[in-house]
Unconditional design. Structure first.
Length: 432
C-alpha cells in the first residue's frame, strides 16, 4: 500500500500541474511495468478519488495545516490519506501508518522523521475532528461541491433549479453501460451470457436504446463475456443516443467528423449498412478507431487521419447524406469519468472551444447534401457550447432547420448527467 499511496500522490501532483490524468496513468504503467492489475486499480481509484473530491480535500487540508506546504509531493500524499480516511474502506490506522512510511520515501523530503511526524499528526487530527472539519469545508461552495467557483457560478446561472444535482452527479462514480453488437448477438442472448458469468445486468430503462445494457457493478472489460470477440462495447447510455438520432439508413454516405475513439461510428455501422468515413486529427486515436472496428467485425468504412475543419485535405468531393459532428468541447458533462477536467479547465477556455465548434459546423455544412441531416454533439453542459451555439448557427444558415429529438430525457437538446448517463447535448439539423 505504501507504493500505491506514493504513486497515487505523484499522479495527483502531475495532474494539478496541468497534465491529463489518463496520460499520467499511462506513463506510470510504462514506468512501473511490475505493477499487478490489482495495484494499478488501487492507484487509479485513489487518483480519481482525490481529484473527484479535491475541492473538499483541499479545504480540509487547509484547516489541518498551520501554513501551506511548499512540498507538492507531500501535500498530495496528505490529500491521498484524507481521501482514504473519508471515502475508502481501508482501516484508518493502516492508512496513517502507510502514509507515514510513504512520506519518508519522498525524494524531496530532507528530514524524514519530521515529515513522518507531520503526516501522522495531520491525519490523526482529521480522525479526531472529522465532523467539525467536514462542516467547515462545506461552508465554501468549492469545498461543498468540489468544483471550481467559476464552474459553480456558471451552472447556477444556467440551471438555477437543478445546478446542485448536476454538480453532485459530477462527483459520483459513473455507471457502466454496454452496447450489444447486434450484428454478432441479440441483447437477450447477451444478458443470458452475463447471467451465466454471475454478472448482474439489465436492459436500459430508456426504451429507445434497445441495445443498451446496464451493469449493476463496473468491472474490467476483459472480464466481459465475448468482449475480445466483438460481442459488446462499453459506451455510456447518453453517448448511445447519437447513432439513433442521426437516422442513418442503409446505402447512405455518412461522415463521423471527430470520430475517436470510434464508439459512435461503430454504433452507426452496427445499425445500418452505411458507407462510413471516420476522421480524427490524432494519429494515435485513429489507430484505436481501427482496432475497435476490427474487434467488432465491422466493414464498409474509411478511417482517415485529418482535421474536420479542413476537408480539402481528405474530402473526395461527394457530399454526405448524414454527418455526425461530435465536436471538441469543455467535456463538462463527463467529469465523473474524467475528474481532472474540473481542475484543468479554465473559464477562459470556453471561447476557444466555441470558436472551434463554430468553424467545424460551418465547414461541415458545406459538404452535407441537400435533404441531409447533421447531428451536432457535445459532452458539455455549458450553454455557450450548446444552445447558444445552435442559435448562432441557425442565424448564419438560412437553409438549416432544427429538427425535434425523439429520445427521452432530452430537454431542448440538453441531457444532464444523472444516475443513468453522462451529460450530453444534441442538435439535429436538416439541410433544405
Amino acid at each position: 500500500m505504501i507504493k500505491i499511496q506514493r504513486l497515487a500522490a505523484a499522479t495527483v501532483v502531475k495532474v494539478l500541474g496541468g497534465a491529463s490524468l489518463t496520460a499520467v496513468l499511462q506513463e506510470t504503467w510504462r514506468a512501473h511495468s511490475d505493477l499487478s492489475g490489482q495495484q494499478r486499480g488501487a492507484i487509479q481509484d485513489l487518483s480519481y478519488g482525490v481529484l473527484r473530491f479535491y475541492g473538499q480535500l483541499d479545504a480540509l487540508l487547509g484547516f489541518l495545516l498551520n501554513k501551506p506546504l511548499k512540498d507538492q509531493d507531500l501535500r498530495s500524499l496528505l490529500l491521498v490519506g484524507l481521501y482514504q480516511l473519508e471515502y475508502s474502506k481501508a482501516a484508518p490506522h493502516a492508512v496513517v501508518n502507510n502514509a507515514v512510511s510513504a512520506s519518508r520515501s519522498l525524494g524531496g523530503s530532507k528530514n524524514k522523521q519530521d515529515v513522518g511526524s507531520l503526516v501522522n499528526a495531520v491525519l490523526r487530527s482529521f480522525m479526531r475532528k472529522r465532523a467539525t472539519l467536514l462542516e467547515q469545508a462545506a461552508e465554501s461552495e468549492v469545498g461543498r461541491y468540489s468544483h471550481p467557483q467559476w464552474w459553480i457560478d456558471r451552472l447556477r446561472l444556467q440551471y438555477p433549479e437543478n445546478y446542485e444535482a448536476v454538480l453532485e452527479a459530477g462527483n459520483k462514480r459513473p455507471p457502466m453501460t454496454l452496447r450489444v453488437n447486434r450484428r454478432r448477438i441479440g441483447v437477450e442472448e447477451y444478458l443470458s451470457l452475463l447471467s451465466q458469468a454471475g454478472m448482474e445486468a439489465k436492459l436500459s430503462e430508456n426504451g429507445v436504446l434497445t441495445d443498451a445494457v446496464a451493469l449493476a457493478q463496473p468491472l474490467a472489460v476483459e472480464k466481459l463475456p465475448g468482449f475480445a470477440e466483438g460481442l459488446v462495447s462499453v459506451q455510456d447510455e447518453g453517448a448511445q443516443m447519437a447513432a439513433p438520432l442521426l437516422d442513418a439508413r442503409s446505402g447512405m454516405r455518412v461522415l463521423d467528423a471527430c470520430a475517436a475513439p470510434g464508439g459512435k461510428s461503430a454504433h452507426l455501422l452496427e445499425l445500418a449498412e452505411v458507407e462510413l468515413t471516420a476522421i480524427d486529427n490524432d494519429i494515435a486515436r485513429v489507430a484505436r478507431i481501427k482496432q475497435n472496428f476490427s474487434r467488432l467485425g465491422l466493414e464498409a468504412y474509411r478511417v482517415i487521419h485529418g482535421d474536420a475543419s479542413e476537408p480539402a485535405a481528405w474530402w473526395d468531393g461527394r457530399q454526405f447524406d448524414r454527418i455526425l459532428a461530435d465536436v471538441p468541447c469543455s467535456a463538462s458533462g463527463v467529469t465523473r469519468r474524467h475528474p481532472d477536467i474540473k481542475w484543468l479547465r479554465r473559464e477562459s477556455d470556453l471561447p476557444r472551444f466555441v470558436a472551434k465548434q463554430r468553424e467545424i459546423l460551418d465547414v461541415l455544412w458545406q459538404i452535407l447534401a441537400r435533404g441531409g441531416k447533421l447531428l451536432y454533439v457535445t459532452c458539455s453542459v455549458f450553454a455557450e457550447e450548446n444552445g447558444l451555439q445552435v442559435e448562432n448557427f441557425l442565424r448564419r444558415h438560412a437553409d438549416a432547420r432544427l429538427l425535434p429529438l425523439s429520445l427521452v430525457d432530452i430537454t431542448d437538446g440538453q441531457l444532464l448527467p444523472n444516475s443513468h448517463h453522462d451529460g450530453f447535448f444534441y442538435a439535429l439539423f436538416h439541410k433544405a
